[in-house]
Design a protein around this ligand. Structure first.
Ligand code: GLY
Length: 326
């Protein structure tokens, strides 16, 4: 907002905004501190779109770089390509002076080891966990010993994410007083993924889409389902054809439900959210589910952050399906 108020570009503003998440070690779904792939490597995806120039850039499966959104912006600005992946994206970032770093924080390493230890076979065997003859066979005990500085809360969190891998992500859309629109989406993707798995975030039209004539959209949550409906592009097209942002997002969620023939048992296994900003300033967020339920706990529908220049606030997402407390 400071960049927008000082007359800066909308893309500079959204990238600076998500950089705060990318560098935050407490945010385990984005950038530094993100949960790693199955081999313990943090692989990041990001994309940007700049409405006024109608350009886009993205990086997929980049490792060792704290700010993938900045690299995506450089792909847009300094190449004749749209998307760079893997080693090529890392080499490109290093050419432009990004330091290569270890992005795996101790917190994320704790969760990764907990995940590896959780994969016991039906006889209780697991080459990564203490053997059945070990005194600290119970997984929590071994983790406590190896991570003496971890709190009970952190260990409980680590054990939870072994079973419920998050697909966090952040999408940020902005419009300035001239009506110029830009967007960015950045993520560490699905925790414990197969190395090389690419989610929706770096895919222009899925994790992000901006059309300066219409508006912008983005997504967080299970990327595989978003890719199958080209979500962000679908939402922008819905708005082009007259839907308001909320209707446009809910219609896209209905397509995901259709892909599962409405089977709630399967749909209940994931969460996905969309966000839309129309050229006249109307906006909405919409979630597949009204809330979440896990291990006896229940939480309300996701919220999204809005800043219209005067104040920053959280607003409730609309939702398509009701998930009742268990
Ligand atoms: N939406 C983030 C991902 O699935 O990778």
């Amino acid at each position: 907002m400071q960049i927008l108020k000082s007359g800066g570009d909308t893309l500079d503003a959204v990238v600076a905004g998500v950089n705060l998440n990318e560098e935050d070690p407490e945010d385990t779904s984005v950038g530094y501190g993100g949960l790693p792939n199955e081999r313990g490597v943090v692989e990041l995806d990001a994309s940007v779109m700049h409405g006024p120039t109608r350009r886009a850039g993205s990086v997929a499966g980049i490792t060792g770089i704290r700010y993938p959104s900045r690299v995506a912006k450089l792909v847009m600005e300094q190449t004749d390509h749209i998307m760079l992946a893997g080693q090529g994206a890392l080499d490109f970032a290093k050419v432009w002076g990004f330091p290569e770093e270890n992005l795996l924080t101790e917190r994320a390493r704790l969760a990764w080891i907990a995940w590896m230890q959780s994969r016991r076979d039906r006889n209780g065997g697991n080459t990564w966990a203490p053997g059945i003859d070990a005194p600290d066979y119970e997984p929590r005990a071994g983790l406590r010993r190896q991570f003496p500085n971890a709190t009970e809360r952190e260990i409980a969190w680590a054990l939870d994410v072994t079973q419920n891998p998050p697909t966090g992500t952040i999408n940020c859309l902005a419009m300035n007083t001239k009506g110029e629109i830009s967007g960015v989406t950045t993520t560490s993707g699905l925790a414990w993924k197969i190395p090389g798995r690419i989610g929706d975030s770096p895919i222009i039209g899925a994790g992000l889409y901006v059309d300066q004539d219409v508006g912008a959209a983005g997504s967080t949550g299970r990327g595989e389902e978003n890719i199958r409906v080209a979500g962000a592009h679908t939402i922008v097209e819905n708005m082009r054809h007259g839907m308001d942002p909320k209707q446009a997002c809910l219609d896209c969620l209905k397509r995901i439900v259709r892909n599962f023939n409405g089977d709630h048992r399967k749909l209940n296994l994931f969460d996905i959210n969309f966000y839309a900003l129309r050229k006249d300033g109307a906006y909405a967020g919409a979630a597949l589910w009204s809330g979440g339920a896990r291990q006896g706990g229940y939480w309300a529908a996701p919220r999204f952050a809005v800043n219209d220049g005067d104040e920053s606030r959280l607003e409730d997402c609309a939702w398509l399906l009701e998930r009742k407390p268990q």
